[in-house]
Design a protein. Structure first.
Length: 244
């Protein structure tokens, strides 16, 4: 005969505890300091950024619910500050802190610790821009100015941003930085938020127009790399827009 369960209670339910009630070796922050971040689950790492939960929900449970709501880390990295605030328990401050942490993660991942390698191969362009564009929900277009050895001149910044499916590209804006830095060539690149890097007919036509504009400016367009979620397509390599 089993013991009776009091009315309104579930025998399998774990009693709610605040983080302060957890043992020291259970708390995410203390575990990170003792063992390093690699031992923590995604929700525990996120809980450290969130810092506090809310009434009836500790910060780890809030972090778990946030990940479940957004569809895991893939959904989290695609979320902006506005969409984060739609999750119960996340106000403007927490949403801003998370959005800033995600952007820092993208930028740190894109850092090259040594000398900037040549960008003459699309693989190098993808290695540079892929992490920066991870999770972006809008298209960003880049015209990377290069020196005579194919190395990047200046910083990495988009020429223009657009809607979910298109960007507005003007030759004057495209080549402005290259002219200022006296670049001899540029690599064009943009992302497809859908994740599919296959170029559209518009991508090919815009590339032709920019190749022609570059010829007038004596700045060669070496390639146009379209970046997706897990890969890229080089228009030059595919024989699109560029002369054989």
């Amino acid at each position: 005969m089993t013991d009776a369960v009091p009315t309104g209670e579930r025998p399998d339910r774990v009693p709610y505890r605040t983080i302060r009630e957890w043992a020291g070796d259970e708390r995410p922050r203390e575990r990170l300091l003792e063992h390093g971040p690699g031992v923590l689950a995604d929700a525990e790492l996120l809980a450290i950024l969130l810092r506090t939960g809310r009434k009836g929900e500790n910060v780890v449970d809030l972090a778990r619910r946030l990940l479940e709501t957004l569809g895991g880390l893939r959904g989290l990295v695609r979320a902006d500050a506005a969409s984060l605030q739609t999750v119960d328990g996340l106000g403007p401050a927490k949403a801003a802190e998370l959005a800033a942490a995600l952007e820092l993660g993208r930028r740190v991942h894109a850092i090259d610790p040594g000398e900037q390698p040549p960008l003459l191969r699309p693989e190098a362009v993808f290695a540079l821009l892929g992490p920066r564009l991870l999770g972006k929900t809008r298209e960003e277009f880049y015209a990377l100015p290069l020196d005579t050895k194919g190395r990047l001149l200046g910083g990495v910044a988009p020429v223009s941003g657009g809607s979910v499916s298109a960007v507005t590209i003007r030759p004057a804006e495209t080549f402005r930085q290259a002219i200022m830095l006296e670049a001899t060539s540029v690599i064009l690149a943009h992302n497809h938020p859908s994740g599919d890097p296959r170029p559209s007919a518009q991508d090919v036509e815009v590339t032709r127009e920019l190749i022609a504009a570059g010829e007038l400016l004596d700045i060669e367009v070496l390639d146009h790399v379209v970046i997706g979620a897990k890969g890229f397509v080089s228009l030059r390599r595919e024989g699109l827009a560029f002369r054989a």
